[in-house]
Ligand binder design. Structure first.
Ligand SMILES: [Zn+2]
Length: 641
């Protein structure tokens, strides 16, 4: 309350000093700035003081996405405004939510708060403010989102001069009765929030994040199908593929991550090698391209010259407390390298196998060079890892990775700077993201879609399902929402669900898990089922990176009506399609509002997927399939049949 009394005194002094005109300007600026002004811009946020409530660790009336949000203060954590209370927020899939705020349509509302991170990776981070509007019945009316705003880093040796200001202002839409404000982080760095206020105003501030969020430009009459060539869903098969030097010698003891963790690492390395032959045989009859997520030693033909990688790191975090079966925190990570050849240690070096994959046009992507733990590794360790992977892959003429499978599903704990390293290295899709803790959840297993990583939207996080060959699904089991894994029956149900949702799923295992005859039989059942769905035009099967590319490119596709006159029933529907992305969209599928027997693309004759410039005589189409190069615009005209 001390601060407020000071504010009132300052304003009273301002009245004396400036007179009424000056006061008007002064208060106008404060309202525009989302600052407190008596009578004009009072506090609208219930329990802005964060007084504790009924649920333990939470202020009364406030909400959260998951565990990881809790009250701090009284000697624990940080406090900005001197009331011994602040809110901690942890988890990129998490958020803090204010109590409901009463609003009036057409009025402008602003949020102002303070934030700071004490990231253990010494990373700054960012927050986004989301205004979620509700009508009088509590039904959602849409959301407005601010830009990502920087959150300053606190370190004991270098405390910042001040906490970061987090702000947003939007106008209440028609019908709005209440507002919920959510704060979302762009990483798993721990954030503290305090001095949060909601007031009228904020509309005069000259800030970009006041702009309304863009609305889709697609006219309702033309719909874009989610996948190419009219396929209803997308499927990728992928393998985590590592030599003994990956997660095998550096084994962790969690059976949910790794059911074979009790086996001899070197026997597993040999099985990982054997799994290339067996999985290629699985896909050859169907001409299916899968993804092989490889570690760095997969590209080595040996190491007799005792070359070191990533400056020969020792990972201080790889200790028993963090789940490793033996302590690696004092031992160089690559110290078990036999410094020999494929002939003497075929479980350590796999360079002879990359050619087999390339021959079959299989996709080779990154399982990290070192099989590090993503959430423990520092941004510098990530950078060294990504660079080393690229260097050894290039020696086998494997392009730089665009897709990454987190070792041990270890995305939880990723700092904002670590995600930036992935972005800078050109990674555009990730999988094997944390699935067991909601606060860290990135992929959408309920919508069967790849989702943009918050704050790092050039990267999509794609849902996956762990096919554990030999596992029997209990009768009556629900379709697993998370990638806990299951047997072939469950994998087939996952494919059916993806089709029902018009979504995507990645079905994966380690190559070592498709080597025994019974395992191969289980895989054959799933691959055969998928191939039949593909051959009936239902399922698109492609490497995960290509599926993510498609989804990402569709986000940059716009359709605009150039002319649509409803008066004349025989007038053509005219619209332009723009592929604003960097990827060709071959087989782009458009649903028209009517059946057509005649259509044109630009001034040229159509090149459709079936290479027919016109529908066959007497044939009517409601769906157009077109090829669109990256960065091009096409004008489409279609006449009602
Ligand atoms: Zn692995």
């Amino acid at each position: 309350m001390g601060k407020r009394r000071t504010t009132v005194t300052i304003i009273l002094l301002a009245i004396l000093l400036l007179g009424t005109t000056g006061l008007a300007l002064f208060t106008q600026r404060r309202v525009a700035d989302c600052a407190y002004v008596p009578l004009l811009a009072g506090e609208l946020l219930p329990n802005a003081g964060l007084a504790p409530g009924d649920s333990p660790g939470m202020p009364q009336g406030w909400g959260r996405g998951a565990n990881g949000v809790e009250l701090q203060g009284a000697g624990k954590g940080f406090d900005y405004d001197g009331d011994s209370r602040a809110l901690q927020l942890i988890g990129i899939g998490n958020y803090v939510q204010t109590p409901p705020i009463g609003v009036r349509p057409g009025a402008s509302y602003c949020f102002a708060g303070r934030a700071l991170t004490d990231s253990d990776k010494h990373s700054t981070t960012r927050l986004r403010v989301v205004f979620a509007w509700r009508d009088a019945q509590g039904q959602p009316l849409g959301e407005d989102r601010s830009d990502w705003q920087p959150v300053v880093l606190w370190q004991p040796s270098a405390p910042p001069a001040d906490w970061s200001r987090i702000r947003a202002a939007f106008m209440a839409p028609d019908g709005a009765a209440t507002l919920l404000i959510r704060l979302q982080p762009a990483s798993d760095d721990r954030v503290y929030l305090d001095a949060m206020h909601v007031r009228r105003g904020g509309d005069g501030a000259n800030e970009t994040h006041l702009a309304p969020s863009p609305r889709p430009s697609v006219p309702p009459s033309v719909a874009i199908q989610p996948w190419p060539n009219g396929y209803r869903a997308a499927l990728s098969f992928s393998f985590d593929w590592e030599t003994t030097m990956g997660g095998l010698i550096h084994s962790r003891s969690l059976a949910s991550d790794d059911p074979n963790n009790a086996d001899d690492p070197r026997a597993r390395g040999l099985r990982m090698r054997e799994g290339i032959t067996t999985t290629l045989e699985l896909f050859q009859p169907y001409d299916i391209r899968a993804t092989y997520y490889a570690t760095g030693y997969n590209f080595l033909g040996g190491n007799p010259e005792k070359q070191t990688f990533m400056d020969d790191p020792t990972f201080a975090w790889a200790n028993k407390d963090n789940g490793w079966k033996s302590d690696w925190s004092q031992r160089p990570w690559f110290s078990t390298d036999p410094h020999s050849s494929i002939q003497s240690d075929p479980d350590y070096y796999f360079a002879d196998l990359t050619g087999l994959l390339q021959r079959d046009r299989q996709d080779i992507q990154s399982h990290t060079f070192s099989h590090l733990y993503g959430g423990y590794a520092s941004p510098q360790e990530w950078r060294a890892d990504l660079q080393s992977w690229r260097a050894v892959a290039a020696e086998r003429v494997v392009p730089m990775a665009r897709s990454l499978a987190f070792p041990w599903s270890s995305s939880a704990g990723m700092s904002d700077d670590s995600w930036r390293e992935l972005e800078a290295a050109g990674i555009t899709s990730v999988t094997r993201t944390n699935w067991s803790q909601p606060a860290y959840r990135l992929a959408d297993r309920s919508g069967w879609r790849c989702l943009p990583v918050p704050g790092h939207e050039t990267i999509l996080a794609c849902p996956d399902f762990y096919l554990i060959a030999g596992r029997i699904t209990p009768p009556g089991a629900k379709v697993a929402q998370m990638h806990a894994g299951g047997g072939p029956d469950e994998a087939i149900r996952q494919i059916d669900q993806a089709i029902a949702q018009r979504g995507m799923i990645d079905i994966w295992a380690h190559t070592e898990e498709a080597t025994a005859p019974a395992q191969i039989a289980d895989w054959q059942a799933v691959v055969g089922y998928a191939a039949r769905q593909r051959d009936t035009g239902t399922l698109w099967i492609a490497p995960l990176a290509e599926i993510a590319d498609w989804q990402q490119a569709l986000r940059e596709l716009t359709v605009q009506s150039s002319e649509f006159k409803v008066e004349d029933a025989q007038a053509p529907l005219k619209f332009t399609v723009t592929n604003g992305s960097a990827h060709d969209l071959n087989g782009l599928t458009l649903d028209l509002p009517f059946e057509t027997a005649r259509y044109t693309l630009g001034s040229k004759e159509l090149k459709t997927q079936n290479s027919k410039p016109w529908p066959e005589p007497g044939r009517r189409l409601k769906t157009l399939v077109i090829d669109m190069r990256a960065g091009t615009t096409l004008e489409v005209q279609a006449w009602p049949a």
